[in-house]
Design a protein around this ligand. Structure first.
Ligand code: ADP
Ligand code: ZN
Ligand code: ZN
Length: 748
């Protein structure tokens, strides 16, 4: 009994107390299938309840009394086996971003359940063509029409789809069976995958890369050939030809028999984008998106695993495609929020990509017109290799940008949401039959309080972020809990026009209709795109000029090319500027750059109107000039001063509970525990909170937050691990849950 092998198994229940491995023995007959990464059924607990689990390790030593170790019941057939490097990756994800091991495993396994594999049957000749021709004439003589049709078809096309033969050629099933028995035809059964993009007959027209593009392609390909694996950041303005660069590099990587993962934010994964890749790479490519069924996604991962495709394009989750020979991961629009998971484990896809690349010997390319502060900072530190594209690839002129000071409009007694400049240009475009996009930046809009007369914004004296209104007439800081009553007069100019900011897209649509009667207006926001295909319907009717004006949220600024759009109006750029979190300026800069990039994409040149109460704000100034470097430098000063990422790291602890008192008590206690750790270890870390979360109650669950700011990420991981352990046995947290988030993307 000495060479018994024990399987370490993670039980498929996400609960902190079960978040460890359990040992099981492997019955002799299961040894071949019971590999690391396999999905198994095991008896669990006192009642030996049958439960799923994953084998994550093997060992020869029992950790408990051998007699107590139970055997595995079965290994689930047809279930995808997780590669061992992906198992390692999920350990790393759990460690680096928090959450349970089970959550982490589920993240890396594309589809957990085995899905029925569709079999496609086809028919072909079992005889040679000379014999087939003889039979063909024989059937004609006998007036056997069905057989004639079949032979004719088979002589033209050696393989026929079985169902097509029955339905399109109207051959009775019995005839097919009869011919097979006689040895005339044979039936081939084949597994088919549900390929979401069918073969299409379209030609790829190569472009001649310009000098800037060629330098990047040459540089990265040379590294690659020499075996250098690295992370690259391509900073290239919108339309500078990044996608062409990716395709060129991709072609070189797959020519070496390697595979590539290309991440694109779901919102930009449009038909247009997909077809560009399809034209060049055809069937070797596959697409993943969240609208696909589990079956489709399972097929994609199976195809990837079997080496039938070289390239997968998809959103964040495509990062875990089980390629056997991964050569490169490309992350387009790397600054996008959607690369950070909003559910546990709250992983940052870029960091996971770099880790996966390290484990498999691949390289990583990040690309953006407005790189995240984190990535650009790393590039400056030499951690990533930086490349830049400064010119638009097609000779389009950059748009002319107007910044309109809304305080001046108020002085001119213009209380409408359209400044005089914007009104004038809208009328101009309507006359010229050109198109207009009106953009209302509502992301992160959290009811900040500002003065319409002088633009003053109420901020937390401790955190330098805006205070948020509450029904109670108070304003609150969601980082530290600081509060004060909402003023009735502006503390700076004593104006009465101080209030919470708020205009919705629907309101804008109404006002457009009132101000410009006769203009055809479309609205695109979360309301109008709820239905499946809502996006495409709105975008295609706008593309076909069924409307003159498209009003929308950030949805309308992502990656769509409308050649007839020559005016982009940003109704209130400030809405995202004071969103109550430290990334507000960065997000504003990104959105303004993107919105500006929508105007004048083709021959017609464009204009952009940015309406704001803060024309002097650096986010707005630098975005208007399209000057990323200026923005980066100013924003880094703020981050350094306030010790926000990337100058330092933040660990957020979120306590949730159905009982308000329990949540408060737990949050206070957690704060004390953190203080004690910091004191004990003599860490100069900053503890902020506890405070009610921005969303202080959701679905009747109370939410409390604590932030810990410290330079070193690893130390914050230690603190998280300690708190996780402490939480699992301390009775102070009864009825509460605890979650973590590193360097959160928005307020909680
Ligand atoms: P990005 O991904 O940086 O926004 P794209 O790769 O989509 O830029 O390029 C923008 C447009 O310019 C596309 O229509 C593309 O086909 C075209 N383009 C890119 N590079 C070249 C080039 N070297 N010559 C001609 N057209 C190009
Ligand atoms: Zn004021
Ligand atoms: Zn504060």
């Amino acid at each position: 009994m000495s060479n018994q092998t024990y399987a370490d198994i993670i039980i498929d229940i996400s609960h902190e107390n079960l978040d460890k491995t359990y040992q099981y023995t492997i019955p002799e007959d299961l040894i071949p299938q019971a590999v690391i990464g396999a999905l198994v059924v095991v008896p669990f607990g006192k009642g030996n309840r049958k439960i799923n689990g994953y084998i994550v390790g093997m060992s020869g030593e029992p950790k408990i009394d051998e007699k107590l170790i139970k055997p595995i019941d079965e290994v689930v057939k047809n279930a995808p086996v997780i590669e061992s490097h992906l198992i390692f990756l999920s350990f790393w994800i759990k460690e680096t971003f928090g959450g349970t091991m089970n959550d982490a495993l589920k993240t890396v396994i594309p589809v957990r359940k085995a899905v029925k594999i569709i079999e496609q049957k086809s028919i072909s000749l079992a005889i040679d063509t000379v014999q087939a021709n003889q039979l063909y004439y024989e059937y004609q003589r006998k007036n056997n029409a069905a057989r004639v049709r079949l032979m004719e078809a088979l002589l033209k096309n050696p393989i026929l789809d079985y169902e097509d033969a029955i339905h399109k050629l109207s051959i009775p099933r019995s005839t097919l069976q009869g011919l097979e028995k006689q040895g005339v035809t044979k039936t081939i059964a084949e597994q088919v995958y549900r390929n979401p993009v069918r073969n299409q007959d379209i030609k790829y027209v190569p472009v001649q890369l310009n000098e800037e593009q060629q330098i990047i392609v040459d540089g990265i390909c040379k590294d690659y050939e020499e075996g250098i694996r690295s992370t690259y950041l391509i900073h290239g303005i919108t339309g500078s030809g990044k996608t062409e660069v990716y395709m060129e590099i991709l072609a070189a990587v797959i020519a070496q028999g390697k595979q590539v993962i290309l991440l694109i934010p779901e919102i930009a994964l449009t038909y247009q984008t997909v077809m560009r890749f399809y034209k060049r790479f055809g069937d070797r490519i596959s697409i993943m998106n969240s609208k696909m069924s589990q079956g489709e996604r399972y097929d994609q991962s199976l195809r990837a695993k079997n080496g039938e495709i070289d390239i997968i394009i998809g959103p964040r989750s495509a990062l875990f495609t089980p390629f056997q020979n991964l050569g490169m991961i490309i992350i387009d629009e790397e600054h996008e929020n959607s690369y950070k998971s909003e559910t546990s484990p709250r992983y940052q896809a870029t960091l996971v990509a770099i880790k996966r690349a390290e484990l498999t010997g691949a390289s990583v390319i990040l690309g953006s017109a407005t790189p995240s502060l984190e990535s650009y900072h790393k590039a400056q530190q030499g951690e990533y290799k930086l490349y830049t594209l400064t010119k638009r690839a097609k000779e389009a002129h950059p748009p002319k940008v107007w910044i309109v000071d809304l305080r001046e409009e108020l002085k001119k007694k213009n209380k409408s949401i359209f400044s005089e400049k914007l009104k004038e240009l809208i009328i101009d475009r309507l006359t010229k039959k050109e198109q207009i996009m009106l953009f209302l930046n509502r992301r992160g809009y959290a009811g900040f309080v500002s003065c319409r007369s002088c633009g003053h914004v109420m901020k937390c004296p401790h955190c330098e972020i805006s205070l948020t209104t509450h029904n109670s007439g108070k304003m609150l800081c969601h980082y530290c809990g600081y509060e004060e009553p909402q003023p009735t007069l502006c503390p700076t100019c004593k104006s009465r026009y101080i209030a919470a900011f708020g205009t919705g897209t629907q309101k804008v649509e109404e006002l457009v209709a009132r101000e410009f009667p006769g203009a055809r207006v479309l609205r695109m926001d979360t309301d109008t795109t709820k239905n499946k295909g809502g996006h495409e319907t709105i975008l295609s009717s706008f593309a076909n000029h069924k409307a003159d004006i498209l009003v929308g949220t950030q949805m309308i600024v992502k990656g769509h090319d409308f050649p007839k759009v020559t005016l982009v109006g940003i109704i209130a750029a400030d809405l995202s500027l004071y969103a109550g979190d430290f990334r507000a300026s960065e997000r504003t800069f990104q959105l303004l750059c993107q919105a500006a990039g929508r105007a004048g994409r083709d021959i017609l040149s464009g204009e952009v109107v940015i309406q704001t109460y803060h024309p002097e704000h650096y986010s707005i100034q630098t975005a208007a000039m399209g000057n990323y470097m200026d923005f980066f430098e100013q924003e880094m000063k703020y981050r350094s001063l306030m010790q926000y990422p990337p100058a330092a790291n933040i660990l957020l602890a979120l306590i949730t509970s159905k009982e308000e008192a329990a949540a408060d008590k737990a949050a206070l206690h957690l704060g004390d525990v953190v203080k004690e750790i910091l004191n004990q270890r003599e860490l100069a870390a900053q503890l902020i909170g506890p405070a009610p979360a921005n969303l202080s109650k959701a679905n009747d669950i109370y939410r409390r937050v604590i932030y810990i700011k410290y330079s070193d990420y690893g130390t914050l991981i230690d603190i998280k691990n300690y708190l996780e352990g402490y939480f699992s046995f301390s009775e102070h947290f009864a009825g509460c849950n605890l979650q973590f988030d590193f360097n959160p993307m928005s307020t909680y």
